[in-house]
Design a protein around this ligand. Sequence first.
Ligand code: SF4
Length: 295
Amino acid sequence: MNPTPDNSQSSEGSSGSDPAIESTENTEPQLVPLTALPDGRMSSSESAAMSETAETAFQQDEDSMALISEESTPLEIVAWGLKRFLDQKKIMTTSFGMEGCTLIDMCSKAIEQNDLPKLQVAWIDTGFFFPETYQLREKLEAKYSNIEIVRWSTDVSVEQQKETYGNELWKNNPNLCCHIRKVVPMKENIGGFDVWMTGLRRSQTEARAKTPVLGWDWRYQLLKFCPLATWTRAQVWQYVQQNEVPFNRLHLQNYPTVSCFHCTRPVPGSTPDSDARDGRWEGKDKDECGLHFSI
Ligand code: SF4
C-alpha cells in the first residue's frame, strides 16, 4: 500500500481547451467530454484516442440504438450504456447514497427490460459506515437479484491504522484516512475494467459542475459513465419515491448525504431533496474523498 495521498492537481474544469493538449501538459488530466463513440467495439486505448473529440452529444450507435443525448432521461442513458458496452467489463461504484440507490434501480430495470447480464456494483467498505448503511446494502441485495453487490476494502484494519498513524486520523489528516480506506482499495480493484458507472451529479459540488455524462477518466484509464450528471437532488428524490427505491433512513433525520460516521453530521433543516454536501468533514476545507478528484 502506498500511504501517500496523490496531491497532484486535477485538470477538471479546464473545458474549452484541447484535451489532447491537456494530456501532455498536465500530470493528471481527468475527465474530458466524449462525443462520438467509435464504430465497432471499443477498447480502452481506442476510447482514449476518441477523447480528442470534445462535444457533449453522442452519435447513433452502430446497432441503430436510440440516439442518446444529454436531453435523454437517465433511464434511457443507462439502458443505452448497458447495451452499448455489453461486451466491455463494467463496474458501478457506490457508497449507497441516494444517487447510487437510484442508479442501481435504473440498472436493474434496464437489465430486466433488455434481457442483459447481471451488473457488478462495488462498494468500498471503510469499516466506518453507519449501521443504517449496512442495513440498506442488505435491502438492496434482497430487492435487486440482477445486481451483484461486491465489497472492496483496505487491508489496513482500524486497529493497524490507529497503531501506525495515531488515534483519529480522520480528524488529524482526513485526506490520508480517505486515501488509505477509499482511494487505495479503488486503485487496487478498478484495473481491468473498461467502463466505470457512478451516480455523480453536477450540482453536488463545484468540482463536479462539469461532469460529462460520458468521459475518459485519465487517472484510472477507463470510460466514466455518469447517467445522473444532469439531474438535481429533487429529481433523484422524486424518482426514489415514485419507484420505491430503498434509501438510507438517515436522510429522513437531516443527513443530506451519508458517508463514514466519523465525518458525517446531520444538518438542521436538511430534507432528503436538499442538494448539498454540508455535514461532511465539518470544519475542514474538504468536500471530496479523493475517489473522483485528487485531494
Ligand atoms: S470519510 Fe472520514 S473516516 Fe471515512 S475514510 Fe474519509 S476521513 Fe476516514
